[in-house]
Design a protein around this ligand. Structure first.
Ligand code: GRF
Length: 189
């Protein structure tokens, strides 16, 4: 049984999709052993409670540096024997401490077709640019923001003018692609 950790900072809809996929036996051989969150009041923590999951919650302001809080995260990951780290709306840049410890075992989901529209406003930027093909990307996390090796992508055409509808479609796609990709990666670990 592989142990995964999900890192999230906000709503947690991708985290929830992963948990639901596991419950429906769509991802065999793994469980979420830890939810890591940098915002003590994030809604995702309520979801973790619902699924009865262990959490590691930290407030970066309480630490001198990224290396310091990441050292604590690494300790928590080791304690829970984590094999794979899945970032799902974790709004922090991952630093050397984590990258070194979990080399090629940290993945992220991004709501655009990388390398286009990197950064935290991927959907809005693509919409405002006026592209007609949108999508999502799962990639390994590297030093470069949204720049690591691509693992999976899925795309669709959208000619509408409703960003809320577009966001909804992108999130639905994320909720399918992330569990499917985790399933594949788990087999290769
Ligand atoms: C998702 O759109 C993901 O691609 C991006 O952050 C968002 C997180 O949403 N990295 P949620 O917290 O999973 O609902």
């Amino acid at each position: 049984m592989r142990q995964i950790a999900v890192f999230a900072s906000g709503r947690g809809s991708n985290y929830e999709a992963i948990e639901k996929a596991i419950l429906k036996n769509k991802i065999d051989g793994c469980r979420v052993a830890l939810l890591v969150c940098d915002k003590p009041d994030a809604p995702v923590l309520k979801l973790a409670e619902k699924f009865n999951r262990k959490t590691f919650v930290f407030d970066p302001k309480g630490y001198k540096s990224k290396a310091d809080y990441e050292a604590d995260i690494v300790e928590a990951l080791r304690d829970h024997k984590i094999d794979l780290v899945c970032l799902a709306g974790y709004m922090r840049i991952v630093g050397d401490t984590l990258l070194k410890e979990y080399k090629d075992r940290i993945i992220n989901i991004h709501p655009s077709l990388l390398p286009s529209f990197k950064g935290k406003n991927g959907i809005k930027d693509a919409f405002e640019y006026g592209v007609k093909v949108f999508g999502v990307t799962i990639h390994y996390v590297s030093k470069e923001i949204d720049g690591g090796r691509i693992i999976a992508q899925r795309a669709f055409e959208y000619y509408g003018d409703d960003i809320v509808e577009l966001e909804d479609r992108i999130h639905k796609l994320e909720h399918e692609l992330y569990p499917q990709t985790i399933k594949k990666l788990i087999k290769e670990l």
